[in-house]
Design a protein around this ligand. Sequence first.
Ligand code: GGG
Length: 357
Amino acid sequence: MSKKIHKIAVIPGDGIGKEVMPEGLRVLRAAAERFGIELQLTPIAWASCDYYQATGAMMPDDWKAQLQSQDAILFGAVGWPATVPDHVSLWGSLLKFRREFDQYINLRPVRLFEGVPCPLAGRKPGEIDYFVVRENTEGEYTKLGGIMYEGTEREIVIQESVYSRFGSDRVLKYAFELARSRERKHLTVATKSNGIAISMPWWDGRADAVGAAYPEVTVDKQHIDILSARFVLQPQGFDVVVASNLFGDILSDLGPATTGTIGLAPSANLNPERNFPSLFEPVHGSAPDIYGRNIANPVAMIWSAALMLDFLGHREAHDAIVTAIEQVLVEGPRTGDLGGQASTTEMGEAIAARLGA
Ligand code: GGG
């Protein structure tokens, strides 16, 4: 029987996305070679602010047709505010992918690794090890609203948030399933039902309704403010955290920051039904402040590539990449955010070498 060839669209995007992507590909190719995985990589230069500057749009009109036939998308970062406003670049690329390809789960692992100095005093690997499950297609991320009396003293701006039963139930169900599959079987529901008095009590109620089918999962609901404090003060209390789009975005930067650096944090934008390609990207953005120096940490990109292989059915290859990352974080070389002096390329090469490249 012939082997499946996985078709992967490769979109570096902007800023350090262009520097970490080659390292993601280096390690991906090494893992593919070692485990006999066939990949067809298609490099794509659009979904970037360079493309916007050249054409006036972030993507070509037929972007969906071009990507629809792919098995997955590996994405670097988007945003170059010096030339394109951030809301234009984000809505013109990444948010289109998430919505049009119904990638309604944004799965973001948070883990403290051996060898990485933890900014939280006394924390050891194993004490920070949880997932943030972020709702990825609705919530606070909308363009619903408008401005009245613009430019006058009476200026009014309204921006709506949207929470559908369909959209909330499916992300809650995914989070309960994930929690049930883990040893601790604990789910934290991020909420703010004292202050946001309509949608958040409703979200809590949906968690109760969906959770009725998961009696083995323990649940606690925490207001986002105290939950954020506990990410810092008691991170060992978390196992799976489910949150709305904005809350999940904030938590999944805060969580990795408590593990030493956001440069380690990967993410998977999943369409679990596989009707559309899923997208894998580092949590970090394009980091214009460090772009061009080859000093960005490539681990988030490399770990994202590993999550992609796992989603495509190659758990062994995923595990081998994570093991290689673990080894390099202990033994070096390390980039500056980890206290070392290595370049992006050196760290990528070291991880690939442990896979036999
Ligand atoms: N690689 C992630 C990236 O480029 N992020 C840019 C960003 O601002 N993302 C916002 C979001 O994930 O909602």
